[in-house]
Design a binder for this molecule. Structure first.
Ligand code: PMP
Length: 457
């Protein structure tokens, strides 16, 4: 097969079914159905191999923050490939793009965070977190502090450490996870789990699970608490307003590191550069990826607070950890250009002042639909809870099927949203226009109508 050969959709689907093992996929049903082949993209739109135009309400996988088709990013990659396509940062070497990127990210991060460890992805960033927090406590002479407290239904990646840090039970069931030394407390998911409590009361309750766990394990055993500012893959779970302040109060009492996973919230998604700034958190470590390059090339990292970095550096010796592609020069050059676009075009600022208020006020109207129990969002993140009974929050039978139905109807009508169980979620590119937000909301409403018709309600 010549690489330039144009293949029909059917042929691509046959080859796909025969050879390509997709991530997070039931291959038997995909083989029967045939993959949707996405061929090109521009701005906020995708085009599939049948010529359909689809509004990408998920920014790829929460990552294409500056939108598709930015030729500056392609040019940055091309230039860097000619100059220095690869070199490592092992053995006391560095190269300009990685050095400049580390400095740029340090300048954007909260003031007490001045160093970056680069990885190839968000999962690798969280593997780095696990190793770095344990290394930190070893160097502090407290090797017993090994356990990391996370939350049920958190997502921190798909490697062994990432999936263990995450709290996705179906992932844990495949392969005896989590690994030892990682425990999970309740998540602050009021709509799904708040019962009779009001949101603020529930937020306090959920936060206090952290203190209960620290006391149960013993402070001298606990290395860190890890959390996404807003859980993304778990269903865009926005904690009640009482949650983060109470977590901060608890962390103030105990000598435990705070890891804030910024893989989704980082680089503008909340209208601040980082979710930690949105919630006024003081993290010790911030895993990053996705919006760092707007997904144009794979790259991740961990932003490290001075308290941790200084310990590694001053009490150090070698930290036996790193990846071939840590700080990859082409990915770093693309990340630098991506940060320049986000900054020079005022994209983060515009999200805060204009686009997030626009998106949030428009999606809020979807709550009037008879299938919708709650709409929530922060910045350019949103979630729509699908229910049979708005008052009791009762779901339709066959958990997840209503979410899948709505998602499939959306795609068929030109809109990508994702379903997490019976919650529809969105995370559009940060450059979506108000008119395109109208298109997103109108299409969502139409698809909710179609779903209601199918469900006979
Ligand atoms: N952390 C969070 C919060 C994520 O959402 C993700 C990916 N969805 C990851 C980590 C893992 O990132 P990657 O897929 O790049 O390994």
């Amino acid at each position: 097969m010549k690489s330039a050969e144009t293949l029909s959709t059917r042929r691509l689907q046959e080859l796909d079914a025969a050879h390509y093992l997709h991530p997070f996929t039931d291959h038997k049903s995909l083989g029967e159905r045939g993959a949707r082949i996405i061929e090109r993209a521009d701005g906020v739109y995708l085009w599939d191999s049948e010529g359909n135009r689809i509004l990408d309400g998920m920014a790829g996988l929460w990552c294409v923050n500056v939108g598709y088709g930015r030729s500056e990013l392609a040019e940055a990659a091309y230039k860097q490939m000619l100059e220095l396509p690869y070199y490592n940062s092992f053995f006391q070497c560095a190269h300009p793009p990685a050095v400049k990127l580390a400095a740029e990210i340090a300048a954007l991060a909260p003031a007490h965070m001045n160093r970056v460890f680069f990885t190839g992805s968000g999962s690798e960033a969280n593997d780095t977190v696990l190793r770095m927090v344990r290394r930190y406590w070893d160097l502090k002479g407290q090797p017993g502090k090994k356990t990391i407290i996370s939350r049920i239904n958190a997502y921190h990646g798909s490697t062994v450490a990432g999936a263990s840090l995450g709290g996705m039970l179906p992932m844990h069931e495949q392969g005896d996870l989590p690994i030892p030394g990682i425990v999970h407390i309740a998540q602050p998911y009021w709509y799904g789990e708040g019962g009779d409590m009001d949101p603020e009361e529930f937020g306090l309750w959920a936060a206090r699970q952290l203190e209960a766990k620290i006391i149960e394990l013993g402070e001298d055993q606990v290395a860190a608490f890890i959390a996404e500012p807003i859980q993304g893959a778990g269903g865009v779970i926005i904690p009640p307003a009482s949650y983060w302040p109470e977590i901060k109060r608890i962390l103030g009492k105990y000598d435990i590191l705070l890891v804030v996973d910024e893989v989704i919230c980082g680089f503008g998604r909340t209208g601040e550069w980082f979710g930690s700034q949105y919630y006024d958190l003081q993290p010790d470590l911030m895993p990053i990826a996705k919006g760092m390059t707007s997904g144009y090339l794979p790259m991740g990292g961990v932003i490290v607070a001075d308290r941790v970095a200084d310990t590694l550096i001053e009490h150090g010796g070698e930290f036996f950890h790193g990846y071939t592609y840590s700080g990859h020069p082409v990915a770093a050059a693309v990340a630098l250009e991506n940060l320049r676009i986000l900054r020079d075009e005022g994209i983060v600022e515009r999200v805060r002042t204009e686009l997030a208020p626009c998106l949030q006020s428009k999606i809020a109207r979807l709550a009037e639909h008879r299938l919708v129990g709650e709409v929530r969002g922060v910045g350019m993140l949103g979630a729509i809870e699908l229910v049979r009974n708005k008052q009791t929050r009762e779901r339709f039978p066959d958990k997840g099927s209503t979410g899948t139905l709505c998602r499939d109807l959306c795609v068929a009508n030109g809109l990508v949203m994702r379903a997490v169980g019976d919650t529809l979620i969105m995370s559009p590119p940060l450059v979506i226009s108000p008119a395109q937000i109208d298109e997103l909301v109108d299409t969502a409403w139409k698809c909710l109508d179609l779903a209601a018709l199918k469900l006979g309600v």
